[in-house]
Write a protein that binds this ligand. Structure first.
Ligand SMILES: [Fe+2]
Ligand SMILES: [Fe+2]
Length: 340
């Protein structure tokens, strides 16, 4: 098995992948071609089939595991595959050692460890019993989905375990800011981190080949998440209504801006922090994946339309000959600059 992450320009490759998406598009001369997005556990790549598409379009469907032969090209600074032959995986492939789990892009972090850490952080930072009960109940009732779903189909954390990785990462940032700004309510920040994207568990279907459900397209994860919150809070006797309203606001405003899918903009300090750390976590995940997957020789990655920029690939400053200045032992981790 040749992994997508390792494919090199001009390489002729015979390997396995899953089909994330399939679209018929038009060449400049108007003739149709087939564009596939292929994925394995190391990443995904755009693949094009230029000829005989009436034959090939019947051979592969979205969600299929396939065997393909193709050549790797650079196009606008990104790798793509030009596929010559493709077929569905056959039982004989398994007999020869093909393992389907190799095709599912997955988090680099261990699911059990993330799951345990999430529960430990909630237990050690939630002060109100009703919020602790709410979060435990939501996680318990959605256990399998929380542990397996991606956080999205494309933009960030779009792999198995990505939802859990994102939620845990936002929670860690939330705890950092709860300590930095003691006026913030840590319970609200913890609950907001854990619950803000919970509607994605209904917005997306089939973690193996994540795609938007009809409900997801028509209603969206923000409102679906608020529905889950209300359903769960109703099961807890005397859940304080003012607290519930603030939790609802955290979910409804976390996308930050009306044009980013938020019905409301953040209007509480905790909602503002949640929005920024959520956005930051999504963007940093995108940046690091972009840097990891980039194959071209330029100093910069290919332009990324979600980040709105190409990213500089220069080496980090640890190669600098300047002596490092020791950091203070406690307090705010300000980085001191020599001579200041
Ligand atoms: Fe979201
Ligand atoms: Fe999020």
């Amino acid at each position: 098995m040749r992994y997508i992450r390792d494919l090199k320009e001009n390489e002729i490759v015979v390997s396995f992948s899953s089909v994330r998406s399939k679209q018929v598009k038009s060449k400049r001369n108007g003739e149709p071609y087939l564009e596939l997005v292929l994925a394995d556990r190391t990443g995904q790549i755009v693949a094009k089939i230029w000829d005989d598409i009436d034959v090939w379009r019947e051979q592969v469907q979205e969600g299929d595991s396939i065997k393909y032969k193709g050549r790797v090209q650079l196009y606008n600074g990104s790798r793509q595959l030009v596929v010559e032959r493709v077929r569905k995986v056959a039982p004989a492939d398994q007999a020869e050692g093909f393992d389907e789990s190799e095709l599912i892009p997955s988090s680099d972090f261990d699911i059990d460890e993330m799951w345990d850490k999430l529960h430990a952080l909630i237990a050690s930072h939630c002060r109100r019993p009703c919020i602790l009960q709410l979060l435990r109940s939501v996680l318990h009732n959605n256990r399998d989905k929380v542990r397996s779903f991606p956080a999205g189909t494309e933009i960030h954390h779009n792999y198995r375990g990505g939802f859990l990785e994102h939620v845990l990462s936002v929670l860690e940032s939330a705890l950092f800011f709860a300590a930095k700004y003691p006026a913030l309510d840590p319970d609200l920040l913890v609950a907001g981190a854990v619950l803000h994207d919970i509607g994605k568990l209904e917005e997306l279907g089939n973690p193996k080949n994540p795609a938007y459900t009809t409900k997801g397209i028509l209603i969206g994860h923000v409102v679906l998440g608020r529905d889950i919150l209300l359903d769960e809070a109703r099961k807890i006797p005397d859940f304080p209504s003012d607290l519930l309203m603030l939790l609802e606001h955290l979910i409804l405003s976390h996308q930050g801006q009306l044009e980013w899918g938020s019905p409301k903009e953040p209007k509480t300090p905790e909602a503002l922090v949640l929005h920024y750390i959520d956005d930051l976590d999504a963007k940093m995940n995108r940046v690091f994946r972009l840097l990891r997957d980039d194959q071209n020789d330029s100093e910069f990655t290919a332009f990324d339309r979600f980040l709105g920029r190409a990213v500089f690939k220069g080496t980090p400053t640890n190669e600098s000959s300047e002596p490092a200045v020791p950091l203070p032992e406690s307090g705010w981790p300000l980085r001191l600059v020599a001579g200041e």
